[in-house]
Write a protein that binds this ligand. Structure first.
Ligand SMILES: Nc1nc2c(ncn2[C@@H]2O[C@H](COP(=O)(O)OP(=O)(O)OP(=O)(O)O)[C@@H](O)[C@H]2O)c(=O)[nH]1
Ligand SMILES: C=C(OP(=O)(O)O)C(=O)O
Length: 220
């Protein structure tokens, strides 16, 4: 069903794993220290871009990691940011549900978006454009570059949402009623970093300054 046309304000939920566990698929490629630095840098660049997107006036960061929480708050640059502790039992979808609950408790009239925290090439205008398209639908999603994952999941105010992140999540979210929002193939919004080839892909798009610093001299 199509949604109302006026642009809603947005609350964005960003789930963040413990930095020491993050980016495990890069373990054979980067040292533990470099992976930790990269995870922190990528989340900072993601949050900075997200906080500058049109209509976004509230961030909810869900994490058990104090360093991730501090990096996120710093990168948000003064935008209202709530920190929510990892739920018990923990896990990505539990964290997302907790974040959505917190976002809606504080701002029930906001639309809510769930954004993954590893999108270092994201630019504010790309997220602004995707949120404007998503606002036309009660439930929407942006798939990752491979088409199988989800980088942004959205729901308008008051619309029930059942997050099903994890491998193959785009298909599950679509089956749950989320409309696929088309974004340009070269958008940083679709380029999350999971495996070594993703690093080259985001560097080709251009990454934020934190990630650029960590990856300076990176040759693959
Ligand atoms: N709060 C919370 N966030 C999570 C959890 N698992 C993943 N995330 C976050 O969800 C996003 C996507 O994470 P994944 O791709 O599953 O994990 P990753 O650490 O990025 O990479 P891998 O370790 O290689 O799977 C990132 O922002 C993660 O920090 C979790 O259990 N709790
Ligand atoms: C968690 C997800 O992504 P990834 O593991 O690819 O980062 C997902 O797409 O639901």
């Amino acid at each position: 069903m199509a949604a109302p046309t006026s642009a809603p304000p947005w609350a964005l939920v960003v789930p963040l794993k413990l930095a020491t566990d993050a980016k495990s698929r890069l373990a054979g490629h980067l040292s533990p220290g470099r992976r930790l630095e990269l995870a922190l840098a990528m989340l900072g660049d993601t949050i900075e871009a997200a906080a500058a997107a049109t209509g976004v006036d509230h961030l909810v960061v869900v994490t058990a990691d104090a360093a991730m929480a501090a990096a996120a708050t710093a990168a948000a640059g003064g935008l209202a940011t709530d920190l929510v502790d990892e739920p018990d039992p923990p896990g990505l979808n539990a964290a997302v549900r907790a974040g959505i609950r917190a976002a809606r408790a504080g701002r029930p009239a906001h639309a809510v978006g769930v954004l993954l925290g590893d999108l270092p090439a994201l630019r504010p205008a790309e997220l602004s454009a995707a949120l404007a398209l998503a606002a036309r639908h009660r439930l929407a999603l942006v798939p990752d570059a491979g088409g199988t994952g989800t980088t942004l999941l959205t729901a308008l105010a008051g619309v029930a949402v059942a997050p099903a992140f994890g491998p193959g999540s785009a298909r599950r979210h679509a089956a749950g009623g989320h409309v696929v929002v088309a974004v340009p193939a070269r958008s940083g919004l679709v380029r999350d970093v999971d495996v070594p080839a993703d690093i080259a892909a985001v560097l080709a798009l251009g990454v934020g300054h934190r990630t650029a610093r960590v990856l300076r001299g990176y040759t693959g």
